[in-house]
Ligand binder design. Sequence first.
Ligand code: ADQ
Length: 755
Amino acid sequence: MSSIVRFLVVLVLALAILVSAVSYIVQGTIRRWFERDVALRAEAVVSGAHDGIVSGWRNPDSEEMDRVLSRIARQERVLGIAACDCELRLAASSADFPADIDCRSIGPLVYTTDQGGEPGGHWHSYAGVRDLGSGRVHLSAIPVRDGAMTLGFVMLAHDLSYIQRREGVMRWFTVVSFGFLAVAASLLTLAVARMSWRGWTMEVRRFLRGGNTMPARREFQPIVRDLRDLVARIAAEADGDTVAGHWTAERLRHTLRKHLHGEKLVIVANREPYIHQRADDGAIQVQHPASGLVTALEPVMRACSGVWVAHGSGNADREMADARGRVRVPPGEESYTIHRVWLTPEEENGYYYGFANEGLWPLCHVAHTRPTFRSDDWTCYQSVNRRFTEAVCAEVDVDDPIVLVQDYHFALAPRMIRERLPRATILTFWHIPWMNAERFGICPWRTEVLHGLLGSSIVGFHTQQHCNNFLEAVDRYLEARIDREHHAVVQGGRGTLVRPYPISIEHPSRWALLSPPPAECRESVFAELGLGADALLGVGVDRLDYTKGIEERMLAVERLLERFPRFLGRFALVQLAAPSRTMIERYRELNESVERLAARINHRFANGAYRPIILLRRHHEPLTVFRYYRAADLCYVSSLHDGMNLVAKEFVSARDDERGVLVLSSFTGAARELTEALIVNPYDMEQASSALGDALAMPAEEQQERMRSMRLYLSEFNVYRWAGRMLVDAAHLRRHGRLTGRLVEPVRIVEESLP
Ligand code: ADQ
């Protein structure tokens, strides 16, 4: 049923109830008035004929009583009249007096015995309505007195059918007038709505045609700014971009040609997109690291070309690079360059494992692992940031390059690059959450970190919430002006914009396109895992990290099997877990506890070859990961805290068959975008296990509906759009800087030039 039909049905029902209630009340009131009038009329009639009745009573042989009664009975709406004596015997009656009413039955209603059982009593009038077979009748019984002596009583019956007729007319009138009122009110509302809609439309049109210099009408003002931002953003995205439709690698290339004129991009990121490793047989293999940052940025670099400055971490990296540490990638395609920076084990320990991953990582994630800050690590972090800055400066060939600084490994690099290249446009993207200001206060070098980041022209986060937290931190710990209206920080005359750029993945994914059809993937994965054809499979894909909620995921599976034994022996969760940061004690502990937990749950529910948890603790190449995504009935992403989480998006991208259910932690950035997933609190085992049960029982049509909608979202918001938006923003800033010749852009100017 369409929403309009539903609305009309509800409206008609509501009106019907309202009209019934009103007509019931009005009808009851009018009926009571009529009855009272009839009773008064009866009293008046009897009182007018009093003398005749008394005289008739006194002279029973005269026919006076009959004459009086028949005169009364001829009056309009009088059905009949009868006289009863004190012994409750009928003294006289008109011809049409209803036979169902007799003196005996009415007597007790007009004669009341005095209380206390004393002999005697008193006579009084009675009026009431009776339902006779022939219809409703109003009966008045009125005592007839001759001086102090009561002779008996008269019963006067009035026909009430005319009241019923009038009630019918009144009801009809009420319905018609209410109906008329409702229609008139609806038409009036519609007319007013149309008029104001037209007013709004004209205002918006006027605005879009450029008449926005005039002050907007009052009711329009609240959205003027939003609209202006939106128009500017769309214009910026479309600016010179003749390739219409969705964002693709080609469109991104085109946009960058337009804005960067073929200049190269320089990215600084700790992790390199291709790692050269010497295998046991001596051959050199290329590995794609398990990293969300790489997943997102690698397709962008392939589209844009340029240089990726990264730590050379593979054991065969030096062999594959030239004397300056440079190597062309991707193998066979060679569209961009990796500039490898060589770190000593001490540098790697202090900067990467120490300050970045034992300090900043747990600081930014609310996942109950204490951050550890050591001054030696800090020293290393500073010097490695400087080394990467030098590598960047060695790569640029203009004095105002666009440099993309990636993640929490390089909080100081933006300031260092700014000092060396004052005209550079530096875009820093923080891939993990930014905590609240109070928590950030834990960091002993909080002001240095903020100062370093504010060397950027733009600092980007996944969500507006992270941007707000960052601004709060600056407000609390630095001497800087926060321009809340423009989401910017102004320090020493320079502005840094703080913007949300929710990251995404390459979609359609090349790995999905390269994979076999889902049915084939399911067959091969089920064979690999030794699962029966009717088994149900869940998949989890993560770096082995305590923020990913891997233990919570396994506990949810345990609770599922406890609560819903029908899944016992049928459902298994395969966990692809890439070992990560194993030099850090907390990660080694996690490896062991995950292993122990899987063993305990498996021991508890094992049956023959059946094991509910299949833990594959190693790195997998993307094609294998996608084969698992395509084979599974559900994917459970249970992060305890996550900036975005690209596994969730990859699962959706992998399912071109529109099947499979995504169960997603509410503590991921992705939960704000993939709202058709089953969103859960991963700490709540009841809720999470229910969601797993619901996912496994979800009908194919519902899976399809949810998956289709999430895939549609991904096709609109893929990583090319993410990169395109950031780079266009950066290019605008730079163009403005070039035009004004300024080294420093106050926020006002920045704002004018940015969407
Ligand atoms: P990560 O913490 O690395 O990213 P995520 O966004 O989920 O987390 O990306 C993980 C990537 O690694 C995915 O591409 C996945 O396929 C791959 N991967 C995971 N496990 C693997 C395995 N066992 N074998 C092979 N590949 C595996 C950080 C932030 C996130 C943010 C991204 C991007 O923590 O919040 O979404 O950066 O900004």
